[in-house]
Design a protein around this ligand. Sequence first.
Ligand SMILES: Nc1nc2c(c(=O)[nH]1)N[C@H]1C(S)=C(S)[C@@H](COP(=O)(O)O)O[C@H]1N2
Ligand SMILES: [Mo]
Length: 516
Amino acid sequence: MDLRPARSSRRTAIAAEVAVAVASGVAVAAGTFLVVGFSPRWVVVAIAQTVLLALPDAALAAGIQGLGSTAQPLLVAGAAGLAVALFGTLAWVARRVGRTADRERAEVVFLVGTLQALAAFLLSISPVAAVVGGAFGAAVVGLAGEITTGTDDVSPARRGLLRSAGVAATAVGLAGAGPLARAVGGGTGDGSEAVDPDPLVERLLGTAADRSFDLAGAEPLVSESFYVVDKNAADPRVDPETWSLRVTGAVDEEVEVDLGAVESRPAEHRFVTLRCVGDEVNGRKADTAAWTGVPIADLLEEAGVRPDSCCVMLRAADDYYEEFPLSALREGLLAYRMNGRPLPRQHGAPVRALIPGHWGEINVKWLTEIEILEEEATGYWEERGWHGTGPVSTVAKLHHVETDDGAVSVGGHAYAGTRGVSAVEVSTDGGDTWSEADLTDRLPGPTPADADPDDSDAVGGEAADAWRGWRYEYEADREHEVVVRAVEEDGTVQPAAERDPYPRGASGRVSRTIRP
Ligand SMILES: Nc1nc2c(c(=O)[nH]1)N[C@H]1C(S)=C(S)[C@@H](COP(=O)(O)O)O[C@H]1N2
Ligand SMILES: [Mo]
């Protein structure tokens, strides 16, 4: 007896079963996306977040702050694979059980949908998403029909497969339509581009542009692309209508404000630089924007901070929390605009904290609570080994190098938090001798939001917590090593001792070999 046709038809049947299961899994992932979008409640994001939390602390600690948003697409892609595997397996198991127990197709379809909806609900706690996901997953299975083995006629099976693939593709298409439309429209979908910055911010941004050196490879004084670092596989989507911020803990009276109340307070514009403690000395996780918000001190005044308080815990909608001294908080800003537009979602919409001179991690995004403490506590990253709640380190970055027939031009930014940058020094002999680079004028500010944009005093002052640009041009005829260092306002020179970002922030000077 020739077994070959039977064996190959059996193999075809298994492949078909797998295909149906995969299609069903894809349909669940797409169906749930349709309801909740790219948010923490999407099953794929929930899986990604679970994977992140399951990582050993050391990996997480060194990983996320260091990798930032670059690792995120990989993580989400991996999680999407896991989601398809999980929901596909449920479909496959349900079909197996159904066939073994000789159940009606309708019963099997119901079982598939129920199992998938249940799993989706456990992952995402979104009943609507769970039901829609389960319905799509079940529809795929329902339309696949029965795949029979041992017959030579595979066309009914093929027709069933085509129908399931069709359902899965439809689900993916529907889920993809919204984001695609937004991508084509060029926006991030949070509407923040739709608003024109007010004339005063335009004026401030114009001043920043005028003061910037135009250096290939280095950002202007206001970053064109602002880095993003947070712990989330997908950032929370906070409804500005229902958002509120509470001041709690060691206060005379708890205060709660909604967005309208925040926006109606006297506001100011500030140029502020943020830098992540995970940033390498010459990394790109430092950027500057013009932010609009209200001083946190005003809100604290209203709540009445008890005299024996030492510190504060800021809490956020993504269950993030960071603790640091009250003295730093008192200088802070509740920011709700960035470069004249509503704060983008990835930067903490609707309101984030900006804490002058400190590492990025205490500049809490999606802020929901300011809890005044009488005893020190431990924040999210500190529980994972980081020490990033203190003042930023001083650094001069070298992002622009151009050589033209012996003429060399180097440049970048220097940032020293609120200690301020008074000079950037460049060595072209590996650190033996030093020369002063040109520095951009300091950015202006802070600027009261009700100032007259036509009044030149409105753009006066000097930003207390913003980087400066630097540039140095010279001639060279042989290979040499350039080293740069920033000097703080009080003469303190950026240290040479090298240190990795983890756990206290990078140290050392940026150097580069240049061949003219
Ligand atoms: N709620 C919340 N706020 C957060 C974080 C976070 O994970 N969750 N990450 C912090 C870190 S580590 C940094 S460096 C800054 C980065 O701000 P950005 O993404 O706007 O550049 O946000 C901080 N605020
Ligand atoms: Mo960070």
